[in-house]
Design a protein around this ligand. Sequence first.
Ligand SMILES: Nc1ncnc2c1ncn2[C@@H]1O[C@H](COP(=O)(O)OP(=O)(O)OP(=O)(O)O)[C@@H](O)[C@H]1O
Length: 271
Amino acid sequence: MTTRASTGTAAPAARVQNLVKTYGVGQAEVRALDDVTLDIHAGEFTAVMGPSGSGKSTLMHCCAALDRADSGSVQIGEHQLSGMNDKALTRLRRDEIGFVFQSFNLVPTLTAEENITLPISIAGKKPDRAWFDQVIATVDLGSRLAHKPNELSGGQQQRVAVARALVSRPSIVFADEPTGNLDSRSGAEVLQLLRSSVDEHGQTIVMVTHDPVAAAWTDRVVFLADGKIVDELRNPDRDQILAKMQELANEAPVPTGPASSDAAAPRSARG
Ligand SMILES: Nc1ncnc2c1ncn2[C@@H]1O[C@H](COP(=O)(O)OP(=O)(O)OP(=O)(O)O)[C@@H](O)[C@H]1O
């Protein structure tokens, strides 16, 4: 693993304050985010972990301007999301935010290279050739750039997706379970790529993951439980992360209501 990035002292890449998001009403109401306050430091690789249903995806979607919270605020760089209309949010997502999804989300009819340059083409811009070449070199796809997604392995496809996220030089990249569909070797290649984009290019990355091995590649792991930030670890190793996850699973309230062997199982067993 490469050297860790130093702790950011600059303005945060993202600032979340008192964020609340509920789904449903009345008896069915779920408080997916319950007063979350969090700074994402620029130039760091941050993991978000927590039991299933703890609010990780909701937090990610609200931060990435894919969903709106009920109250509280999200700031990406200098941009305060709450005051922005849909058009401005679309522009913000295009210009400032990169996404990597668990399912790669590549366009099957385009080559790897065309997929990588697609967001720039859609924005009506030309790729900065020097930066494009650097990204391609980091992704290490060699002669595979002319291949279509179905001619690439899962790991190669995800590296294309990471390159696509990086090529427009977003101020922040959100990765939702980026290694969730990969075997451990391909997953490690993708994590190495994310890590080196932080170390070598100062990229800011936030990654949701269930996997302690993946989280051990990051600078900081933030833990969510029941919609709240409950802890964080800095430069953790896999065992520390595992221990923290176990602790959270043990602390999870035992659900009340009709007895059911499945519902009574610890959260870790259900997730
Ligand atoms: N569209 C929705 N409608 C109703 N409830 C929702 C919706 N999306 C999420 N929830 C609920 O909000 C809570 C948080 O969900 P979220 O998907 O953010 O959790 P998560 O930590 O990402 O879970 P997982 O690890 O299983 O993906 C859960 O109780 C979930 O059931």
